[in-house]
Design a protein around this ligand. Structure first.
Ligand code: SF4
Length: 309
């Protein structure tokens, strides 16, 4: 049988492009072993509300895992996911034309540097590229939001188990927002356990399947304890959190008081005849980072206090 390979030639980047690529490769490495501050804080909080020895042992094991991941500079979980970037950018950011090449090469380098598990399988051809890059991987979702020269970027490692509960569909308008709740609860009762609870559940509402799906993923980029600015969406977040906790998944699905770290809803306007709904889940090892650059590539890491690259 022929062995298929993925052709990748390292791009020729400008000196500034090389600098951004190297910073990003270093940051992806950090994201692979250090959870964001909001997630760590929430895991500690949830560990304190469990009273049974089994649940406490699981949280203790998670904490030890994180301590060792940081000390040994090794991934928090063996599944280091498929890399995804969610970006808001100013039209004057100086490296726009190189950005896709910078991101892909940063992932390529981080894969060797971190190291990261090889998670890019070329669809239909069914071979692993061995580099975490491939056709359309890493995924890049970008919005040009203003005329500035700044860029803000979420880096996300989408693991297999936590991606599995993801789904989006379009509801008949008569199903109303009760239909949204039914859809999310159906997914959580059938597949939530696959995603290594406690979960961060992202719910997206909009017109069509793809807008709802993207909204649900963007909801996972929000901080765990954040609340929607829309009062009805905030109410939905609260009710869903309560409902999913009552399923009783508990840490790693062993039962317990809390199934979720939180539920985040992102909603956009919709066609009057359709309610698009999507759900995405993040696991306890929710490796989501954020890095903001200015035009000189000065950067800050708002989710990782004290980290220097
Ligand atoms: S769901 Fe998360 S913690 Fe569980 S195996 Fe996947 S990436 Fe790892």
């Amino acid at each position: 049988m022929d062995t298929m390979t993925y052709d990748y030639t390292e791009p020729v980047l400008s000196p500034k492009g090389q600098k951004m690529r190297d910073i990003l490769a270093d940051y992806i490495t950090v994201v692979s072993h250090r959870l964001p501050d909001d997630v760590t804080k929430k895991l500690v909080e949830l560990s304190k509300i469990e009273v049974d020895p089994l649940q406490r042992l699981i949280y203790d094991t998670m904490m030890e895992n994180q301590m060792l991941a940081g000390k040994l500079k090794r991934p928090s979980c063996q599944d280091t996911g498929a890399l995804q970037f969610f970006i808001k950018c100013g039209a004057k950011f100086p490296l726009l034309s190189e950005l896709n090449a910078i991101l892909k090469d940063a992932v390529y380098r981080a894969t060797k540097q971190a190291p990261l598990r090889h998670n890019a399988v070329q669809t239909f051809d069914e071979f692993n590229t061995g580099m975490n890059i491939g056709d359309g991987i890493p995924s890049v979702f970008m919005q040009i939001v203003d005329d500035s020269a700044d860029i803000e970027m979420y880096v996300y490692m989408a693991g297999g188990g936590c991606t599995l509960p993801g789904e989006a569909k379009v509801l008949m308008p008569g199903e109303g927002y009760e239909g949204v709740v039914r859809f999310v609860m159906d997914r959580m009762t059938s597949y939530g356990i696959n995603a290594c609870p406690p979960l961060l559940v992202g719910v997206g509402v909009g017109t069509s399947a793809e807008t709802a799906a993207l909204n649900s993923k963007l909801a996972l980029m929000r901080r765990v304890d954040s609340v929607s600015p829309n009062k009805n969406a905030a109410k939905l977040e609260h009710l869903l959190e309560d409902g999913i906790n009552h399923i009783g998944l508990g840490p790693q699905g062993f039962g317990g008081k809390a199934s979720v770290m939180g539920v985040n809803v992102i909603n956009t306007a919709r066609h009057p005849s359709a309610i698009g709904v999507g759900v995405s889940t993040g696991c306890w090892s929710h490796r989501r980072g954020k890095i903001n650059f200015d035009s000189d590539l000065n950067y800050d890491l708002p989710l990782n206090e004290g980290v220097e690259l």
